[in-house]
Design a protein around this ligand. Structure first.
Ligand SMILES: Nc1ncnc2c1ncn2[C@@H]1O[C@H](COP(=O)(O)OP(=O)(O)OP(=O)(O)O)[C@@H](O)[C@H]1O
Length: 338
């Protein structure tokens, strides 16, 4: 097997969406020719994922994330393009393929609703052909780390969402797959469970070099886990790189908030650094002004020095532009950056 867990080349998926005409006359005409339009959900994307990488696959609703994952897991066939996952074609070598991946889709369960969790585990163990020795060696640790031993004899329908998600994760890893797909694994979970799941994923990744591809709307999941993000917009990859670079490229501004001891006018502030890219706006509260500046050390120290020389400052705060905000900006601007 090559060292790439996932190889995707010029991958495309189109859906044909029919629209029905209204009324009896419309229905009659629909019999002969229906109105349809082609939706290109995934538009010729290419990327590779190395074994052991943890990748955040992100994008707005409808960007094409689920469609990609469904193709990568062999649920949907591509319209065109090539996919190799764990050295296989996901839908051609179905049976062998599913044994090489683990999948957790936030809203869909692979556990049986009415039977005890451990019965589900036992069934999956059979399906995946996991030996007793393998199971003991591997699952004991997983059950302990996810803290689910007290849940094993409960039917899934009796579990809370957080409890169920932990059991889903254990189920997805039962056969110790080298590749794990997670779709919104922490959605709706409380902070402690989220942290537990993140720690667990980090541990699995470190211990087994498991590749993890994660879709999430929770950027803090990405910050905690992924060095690389692939961002999708309208079926196209608009960013593929490190979270750090994304920040550096886009988080290129800082905000400094000053609270002055007495009222100051905009003109007084505007003349401080007339030749630089500093913009001032009034903040919340009395005598509060916010300067937005380019994220450069020298501009920051000059500004602070000038302001401190000229006015009496009661309080000062520097805000980094958050990743959340950076990503929102990208969506709004829709700019393509490599
Ligand atoms: N079975 C289908 N038939 C027709 N159109 C579809 C089908 N599945 C997805 N689409 C369309 O393809 C586009 C991409 O959808 P997809 O579900 O992949 O987005 P997503 O990024 O996963 O969004 P979300 O975050 O909401 O899950 C959307 O415009 C969607 O309406």
């Amino acid at each position: 097997m090559s060292s790439n867990a996932i190889e995707v080349k010029d991958l495309r998926k189109e859906f044909v969406a029919y629209s029905s005409r209204s009324g009896l006359k419309g229905a009659f005409r629909d019999l002969f020719n229906r109105n349809y339009k082609v939706v290109r959900a995934v538009n010729d994307i290419s990327f590779t994922v190395k074994q052991g990488e943890m990748i955040g696959y992100i994008g707005e609703n409808g960007a094409g994330k689920s469609t990609t994952i469904k193709m990568l897991t062999g649920i949907l066939t591509p319209t065109s393009g090539r996919i190799t996952v764990n050295g296989m074609n996901p839908h051609r070598e179905r049976e062998k393929f599913v044994r090489s991946i683990g999948v957790v889709f936030g809203q869909r369960s692979q556990l049986w609703w009415d039977i005890a969790v451990q019965e589900s585990f036992r069934l999956l163990k059979k399906v995946y052909g996991v030996s007793d020795e393998q199971y003991e060696a591997h699952m004991g640790h997983i059950i302990e780390t996810l803290d689910i031993s007290a849940l094993l004899d409960k039917p899934v329908r009796k579990l809370s969402l957080g409890q169920r998600m932990r059991c889903e994760l254990a189920a997805a890893l039962l056969h110790n797959p080298p590749l794990l797909f997670l779709d919104e694994p922490t959605i709706g979970l409380d902070v402690l469970v989220k942290l537990k799941i993140r720690d667990f994923l980090k541990e699995i990744n470190a211990k087994y070099n498991t590749t993890i591809l994660l879709t999430t709307h929770d950027i803090s999941d990405i910050e905690a886990l992924c060095e690389r993000v692939v961002m999708l917009d309208e079926g196209k990859i608009i960013y593929d790189g490190s979270l750090e670079k994304l920040r550096a490229q886009w988080g290129d501004e800082k905000e400094i908030q000053f609270q002055f001891s007495s009222p100051i006018s905009y003109q007084q502030l505007a003349v401080l650094m007339p030749d630089s890219d500093v913009s001032w706006t009034q903040g919340n509260g009395p005598n509060v002004w916010v300067a937005r500046i380019p994220n450069e050390e020298i501009v920051l120290s000059m500004l602070i020095a000038k302001v401190a020389q000229t006015f009496r400052i009661q309080d000062m705060k520097v805000n980094e532009v958050s990743t959340e905000e950076i990503i929102r900006n990208i969506y709004e601007e829709g700019v393509v950056h490599g």
